[in-house]
Write a protein that binds this ligand. Structure first.
Ligand code: MSP
Length: 511
């Protein structure tokens, strides 16, 4: 079995500080990276910054800064965010690095050699904030200005000599590829969007800019810089040391398992990127998943709309794990969702403090008083014990499938229901009334502790910091967390002295 797993986030534009939307994609990618790691996979998890192009050049000019110095500064804030979000990324790539330029130039040369690129003239619309070209039928007029109907960004007219990629030639092969790889674009609704875009006819794509200097130069014609999307998409290969195809990273991890992206950049990842790769005789990624947007009210959160919620501010007020939990559970994966302090506070109180925190606290303090803080020697399991323990084994394949199909909602629902079940089990079994039947009391405590262990392992990819603290009670170290062990019973060490634990989540007083 292939035990390697490669997941990527988009590389973010360091045109301004990171916001909640960036944090969202990164947290989701980290969820998958962690879950695959505890399943025993070698995981390569890549994130980074996309530093070339007009958008960045203009942002640097506005600050009166040299673009590289500007990127150095803002890319640092993205690297710091990765640490603050407790991401397990293997690498952080910057497109201004030499290793990246080497890959881009190689890919360009191959495409040029194969006759996939030719010199001509571009005249049409360009949106700097998306770094995207748009067709006439994708443009609308508002108050005398022109906007892209697709993204809502302002467009400007561009007329200049440009290299073109023969995208039109890849229309049929792409449609065939989508048909043969039905899971390539997910979720399903987005797949249909992409297919109808391709079916409506693909035009050759402008892949260089002459009026711009901030980028990687076209090797055979340094008057041009390579179009920033061709440059940026190649990051997924350059981090694996492409063009060295013998390198173990490239051999083990290409093609990528999942490019996790926002739905705004689906066309680049699901149309242009596989076309470039097929044209260069390289394998396309296995899957592109376009998640929804984090909204502020009804609108996408973005710098240009000025409606940004700062993840750092939220984390310093509420802590990281509540934010991770909220984004993973409350924003239905694949759809748009919103975040507000009020909703976050309710979620902390009901799910984290009442449901999970309470379960851990009650069981551990009961064990402190009644089993000398030890994992007690249990007696024979009764029907209720067996039913609740069996749920994890019974749903194990469902959980694995949910992860591989990016069905986060299914996975999280199982975890939340298990928490309710575990609390209910402890209530219904009333161990405090069993002081005359120590064997039964011990068995209830044992089962409850084991439920905490199982649920905490399932929670680890969502709230890793808290889960590691809880698993420490049982002396399970982060590197030893095994996903498979959730379906096993009777593996806690009898008489093991449970470690102490502080309150996990404080309830928030709501006004
Ligand atoms: N640099 C390009 C990507 C190149 S990948 C080869 C880019 N960068 S970006 O900084 O504008 O944003 C990239 C990603 O950030 C989006 O695709 C999405 O994953 C995430 N988000 C940015 N704003 C978002 C929301 N408001 N909501 C959810 N995610 C959003 O595009």
């Amino acid at each position: 079995m292939d035990k390697n797993f490669y997941i990527t986030t988009p590389i973010y534009y360091p045109s301004a500080k990171p916001h909640m939307g960036h944090a969202y994609t990164s947290i989701l990618a980290d969820f998958f990276a962690r879950i695959k790691t505890i399943q025993g996979y070698n995981v390569f998890f890549l994130t980074g910054t996309d530093e070339h192009g007009q958008k960045i050049q203009r942002a640097a000019e506005k600050e009166g800064m040299d673009p590289l110095k500007f990127c150095d500064e803002i890319s640092k804030t993205f690297q710091n965010l990765s640490k603050t979000l407790n991401l397990t990324n293997t690498d952080f790539i910057r497109t201004t690095e030499t290793r990246h330029a080497k890959s881009v130039i190689d890919l360009w040369k191959i495409l040029e050699k194969k006759g996939e690129i030719y010199l001509s003239k571009y005249s049409g619309w360009y949106a700097v904030s998306d770094e995207a070209f748009y067709n006439e039928d994708e443009i609308e007029n508002k108050d005398g200005r022109k906007f892209s109907k697709i993204s809502g960004s302002i467009v400007e007219w561009v007329e200049e000599e440009s290299y073109f990629f023969r995208l039109s030639k890849w229309e049929k092969p792409l449609l065939k590829f989508y048909e043969e790889n039905p899971d390539f674009i997910l979720p399903e609704s987005r797949k249909n969007e992409v297919i109808s875009f391709v079916k409506s006819g693909l035009k050759d794509l402008s892949v260089s800019r002459k009026s711009l200097s901030w980028g990687i130069k076209v090797p055979s014609n340094p008057d041009h810089v390579i179009y920033v999307w061709l440059d940026a998409l190649t990051n997924y290969l350059s981090a694996l040391n492409y063009p060295n195809k013998e390198d173990h990273l490239f051999k083990n991890f290409w093609p990528a398992d999942v490019h996790l992206i926002g739905k705004d950049i689906l066309r680049f990842h699901a149309v242009y990127w596989p076309a470039f790769l097929l044209a260069a005789n390289l394998k396309p990624p296995k899957k592109v998943y376009g998640h929804g947007w984090i909204l502020s009210g009804e609108e996408k959160m973005s710098k240009s709309k000025g409606n940004i919620l700062d993840p750092l501010e939220i984390i310093s007020k509420y802590g990281l794990d509540p934010l991770r939990y909220y984004l993973i559970k409350e924003v239905s994966f694949g759809n748009d969702g919103s975040i507000s302090k009020d909703k976050l506070e309710s979620c902390i109180n009901s799910d984290l403090a009442n449901n999970y925190g309470n379960l851990c606290q009650r069981v551990i303090s009961f064990a402190e008083k009644n089993t000398n803080s030890e994992v007690p020697k249990y007696g024979k399991f009764n029907k209720e014990d067996l039913i609740i323990l069996a749920k994890f084994k019974k749903n194990y394949d469902f959980l694995l499938k949910s992860i591989d199909e990016q069905n986060i909602n299914g996975y999280v629902n199982f975890v939340v229901n298990s928490l309710f079940d575990a609390n209910k089990y402890f209530n219904d079994q009333e161990p405090w009334k069993k002081k005359n039947d120590i064997k039964r009391l011990n068995t209830i405590v044992y089962v409850s502790l084991d439920l905490i262990r199982k649920i905490t392992i399932l929670l680890y990819p969502i709230i890793p910091g808290t889960a590691v603290r809880v698993l420490k009670i049982f002396d399970i170290k982060e590197n030893d967390i095994s996903f498979q062990s959730v379906k096993e019973n009777e593996i806690l060490n009898i008489n093991f002295k449970l470690k102490k634990i502080d309150i996990l989540f404080k309830k928030i007083e709501k006004k």
